[in-house]
Design a protein around this ligand. Sequence first.
Ligand code: CA
Length: 227
Amino acid sequence: MKKKKSKSKNLVLFTLVFLAIMISLFILNKATDKSSGNIAFDNQPTLENQPVLGKSDAKVSIVEFGDYKCPACKAWGEQIFPRLTKDYIDTGKVKFSYRNVTFHGEESMLASIAAESVFAQDPQAYWTFHKEVFKAQPPEQSHDDAWITTEKLLGIAKSYIPQIDLQKLEEDIKNQTTLPQVNQDISLGEEFNVQNTPSIIVNGTMVADPFNYDNLVAIIEQGLGGE
Ligand code: CA
């Protein structure tokens, strides 16, 4: 009888210790999630009918949700994107796509429609145009001033993608021919709860800080599976 009692006492003690360990592990785990801040989704943005850089069979896909009028997007394109290109896109490990977000209103919309129109007319010309529109963005302190106009966009096209049919591009911008494509990007951004630009999704994971290259690399490497 006495022995039995001490046995059940041990069992209670063991259960308590076990529970305490499980709870602390759970708390620790939560904290780790919180500290990385990366958000994992069940699915990932499709690249279908989108501009894509890199090898089509690359194992990891990265999608940037960006806005032509956003200074942080320009900075990301200058600071992080070249490293990403050199380390992962040019080496065939990552394919990269861009989706339009129009948080800055009318001008964002205008540039997005122009970029989608260039893509529809000549997919090869898209990335050059995309890069040059960001380059044309004035310094951060004056980024709220209006600078994206149809004339400006046509000027960029004329200088950097001379193969484009300028008259058709002008008509497409004026008629908002590619509005459905832009709206599709906006809906996708809402689906992935994009709150800031740039937002970077690696496979199905939105990175906490797009400017933290080490974190970006860690998620890419995870996707490559130690390749
Ligand atoms: Ca698009």
